[in-house]
Design a protein around this ligand. Structure first.
Ligand code: NDP
Ligand code: OXD
Length: 313
């Protein structure tokens, strides 16, 4: 238990402040915890833990030493409203990673074992035998081979799938064929029965799934989006499904969340929507990582998982 007495500020539209206060109490004997827009003395806040930015921004937090994202992604924190000189870190937590791996496996198996077709056939009282195949007959291409993408890739490889992966810089992962660059991406999606997106949202990756890329997809490929909604030009995905280039899609994220009631993705027979549930940060399991970064911030040390603000992830 740390003897430090940090002043921690918390803001999230998603996470429970009470749960996080309880979790922090397992790491710090004494600490001050301020929540939302009601902060008496913002100039004494040491560290901000946030999923979303407070309405007032951070201008009054004149002694802030770190901003810690409650998510693995940071794009929801508008960089223009973040103080440029305060380090920003994202959350990498083994429990969240496990959940993401589970989600990827579930979505991949649903297509590999044709459950998406049997679900529909069940509604139609239609008994049509489709012979099952082994995992090594299905190839999965993954965009993003970072903390999450690499674990997903290795887990699917262990299941016997042929796994391909794409990243900005070259990667060596056991049993996985890796690619970089635009040409590498086109080649990879052209060889993938199932394409998974687990990229961070940056200026370079925004709208990466557009007509330009879907044209290189294998005919009747499946698409699973676990990254961010804004990676996808939604009209182009609908067009790709219409054209048979994409057979079906599982979307955990969308440009606007929650997905608006009148959105064409709802009720589309070939689209499964999950409400941004692929992974979540559980306070009691994620708090050691957050506490470690609070200690680092107070010591003036580099944060773990510090975001490169230039690169955007
Ligand atoms: P990392 O930063 O660890 O990994 C990012 C990966 O993307 C790296 O392999 C990186 O390449 C690659 N990448 C980034 N930019 C490019 C580019 N321009 N071209 C090619 N590859 C690129 O992130 P995580 O794996 O921890 O998380 C990824 C994202 O997952 C998060 O940003 C978030 O958006 C999303 N997420 C979604 C959740 C959900 O519930 N749906 C939950 C948690 C996260 P390189 O290795 O060369 O740097
Ligand atoms: C995250 C998320 O980035 O939940 O962690 O999307």
């Amino acid at each position: 238990m740390s003897q430090l007495k940090p002043h921690v500020y918390f803001n999230s539209s998603m996470d429970s402040a009470d749960d996080w206060r309880d979790a922090l109490a397992t790491e710090f004997k004494e600490f001050k915890f301020s929540v939302g827009d009601d902060v008496e003395d913002p100039d004494s806040v040491d560290v901000a833990i946030v999923w979303t930015l407070p309405e007032m921004g951070f201008e009054q937090f004149t002694n802030l030493r770190a901003i810690l994202s409650l998510g693995a992604g940071v794009n929801q924190l508008d960089p223009k409203r973040l103080p440029a000189n305060v380090p920003l870190a994202r959350l990498v937590d083994a429990t969240l990673t496990r959940m993401m791996v589970d989600y990827a496996k579930t979505a991949v198996y649903r297509y590999h074992r044709k459950f998406h077709l049997f679900e529909r056939r069940s509604r139609q009282s239609s008994w049509i035998y489709i012979p099952p195949t082994l995992t090594d007959t299905t190839s999965v291409g993954i965009l993003g081979l970072g903390e999450l993408g690499a674990e997903i890739a290795l887990a699917l490889r262990l299941e016997g799938f042929e796994v391909l992966g794409w990243s900005r810089t070259p990667k060596a992962l056991d049993g996985i064929e890796t690619f970089t660059g635009r040409d590498g991406l086109q080649t990879m999606v052209g060889r993938s029965d199932i394409v998974i997106n687990i990229l961070p949202l940056t200026e370079e990756t925004r709208n990466i799934f557009s007509r330009d890329l879907f044209q290189y997809f294998r005919e009747c490929a499946y698409f699973i989006n676990m990254g961010r909604g804004m990676h996808v030009v939604e009209a182009d995905l609908l067009e790709a499904i219409e054209a048979g280039r994409v057979e079906a899609a599982t979307l955990d994220v969308s440009t606007v969340e929650p997905l608006p009631d009148d959105h064409p993705f709802w009720n589309h027979p070939d689209i499964l929507i999950t409400p941004h549930v692929a992974g979540t940060s559980i306070p009691m399991t994620a708090v050691p990582c957050i506490a470690e970064n609070i200690r680092r911030a107070l010591a003036g040390a580099r944060l773990s998982q510090q975001v490169d603000r230039e690169r955007g992830y």
